[in-house]
Design a binder for this molecule. Structure first.
Ligand code: PLP
Length: 401
């Protein structure tokens, strides 16, 4: 095929598998050789706990009591009004912020929320800031919107925002800052102090240049927090905020593709920006999110899977790894540990880990070389069985004191 017969960028994106997928595929092959119970696959962020009972009950009820177009037909492009109303009421009640159903846009999960919002906001050549480490797809989503992703290094001891680095990265082309707390892959939750500082800083810069910098907050892990940690709600701190939410992790429904965008009705030009979101949804073909799951969300709003097992997993694994001599920032949320590689090249470390059938993901694609991500959304039993392998790996590096 000649080069001009297709879009070269799309071809490249389609033909190169993500590192995570690559490792996952290796795990499946290895499991066929040595038995699944002997492979410790920490590569994927697939929730390991079941959706709450109310999800199953509501699904059965919907399927047996609602019929035809009312359940399987198109909704409005931006989502069913009664569903948007249930979500708006829930956010207002729990976060004490102003909401409005006419500023909510239902989506196929956070990935769609992000691509729509970025396309609604960005013009060709704009820049979008993301703090390291960040979800690998941010670069793809930003570039698809015609903008450039600018990676800003976080403080590697805490993974909170390094404001000196942020200041250096701002240019007249900065359109938005992406925030993801609880974070994939570090598990870190931004403190209220960080959020207040970020809001004040962006307020000041926006005023100086007479043009707002928007916050896009990506929140699929909002409810996955441990030890009573609070996740500040961004619209309460910074008015020019777009909230990109997904039920993939909070309800363990990643395959059902359901989430939303909430445009803060109090931002400047909120109506026009919401209409730009609707326009981007239309242009990208993300209209009418799955209706069965829209209806389910209206009835299950506020429900969360039992995430206590993630907290137990975190304590078990982080405790054991620290005892082995590894370093990781304490994660307060999500289901990932971001561990410092004992050798500079985390890819080499991951290769060595494979010898013990430990499947870890190098931090390079997350913008943080020298670290590895361990997804602990697995069974506690697998974690327990994997600990001797981690110990042997630590021994290779002479980490154990
Ligand atoms: N953002 C982050 C930080 C994620 O970790 C993920 C998925 O793992 C997504 C977005 C995409 O989520 P969804 O499955 O809802 O599209």
């Amino acid at each position: 095929m000649r080069r001009m017969d297709m879009n070269q960028r799309m071809y490249e994106l389609g033909s190169k598998r993500s590192v995570i997928r690559e490792i996952f595929e290796f795990g499946k092959k290895r499991a066929a050789e040595v038995g699944a119970e002997n492979v410790y696959d920490f590569s994927l962020g697939n929730p390991s706990v079941n959706p709450p009972e109310i999800v199953k009950d509501t699904l059965s009820e919907l399927l047996s009591t609602v019929e035809g177009a009312a359940l399987h037909g198109y909704s409005s492009a931006q989502g069913d009004l009664s569903v948007r109303k249930a979500i708006a009421d829930y956010i207002a009640k729990t976060q004490n912020v102003k909401t409005d159903p006419d500023y909510i846009y239902m989506t196929c999960g956070a990935a769609a929320s992000l691509t729509i919002t970025l396309s609604a906001l960005c013009n060709a050549g704009d820049e979008v800031i993301a703090f390291t480490p960040f979800f690998t797809e941010y670069r793809v989503f930003t570039e698809t919107a015609g903008a450039k992703l600018v990676a800003v290094k976080s403080d590697e001891k805490t993974f909170q925002i390094d404001f000196d680095e942020l200041e250096k990265a701002i240019t007249p082309k900065t359109a938005a800052v992406l925030v993801n707390s609880p974070n994939n892959p570090s598990g870190v939750v931004y403190t209220e102090e960080t959020i207040k500082k970020l809001s004040a800083f962006l307020e000041k810069v926006s005023k100086e240049r007479g043009k707002p910098i928007y916050i896009i907050t990506d929140e699929p892990y909002r409810e996955l927090v441990y030890g009573g940690v609070k996740v500040p709600y961004l619209t309460a701190y910074y008015k020019n905020t777009f909230v990109c939410y997904s039920y993939s992790k909070s309800l363990s429904l990643p395959g059902e593709r359901i989430g939303y965008i909430f445009v803060n009705p109090e931002m400047e030009n909120a109506r026009q920006l919401y209409l730009a979101v609707c326009g981007a949804g239309r242009a990208l073909g993300y209209v009418c999110a799955p209706v069965l799951f829209q209806k389910l969300i209206a009835r299950c709003v506020g429900a969360v899977s039992d995430v206590s097992v993630y907290e137990k997993n975190r304590d078990l694994l982080a405790g054991a790894l620290r005892k082995d001599g590894f370093f990781c920032v304490q994660p307060d949320g999500a289901f990932y540990l971001f561990v410092k590689s004992p050798e500079a090249d985390a890819n080499k470390f991951c290769e060595r880990a494979k010898k013990y059938d430990l499947l870890l993901v190098p931090g390079d694609d997350f913008g943080s070389p020298g670290f590895v991500r361990i997804a602990y959304c697995v069974s506690p039993d697998m974690i327990r069985r994997s600990l001797p392998s981690f110990e042997k790996l630590a021994a290779e590096y002479e980490l154990i004191k």
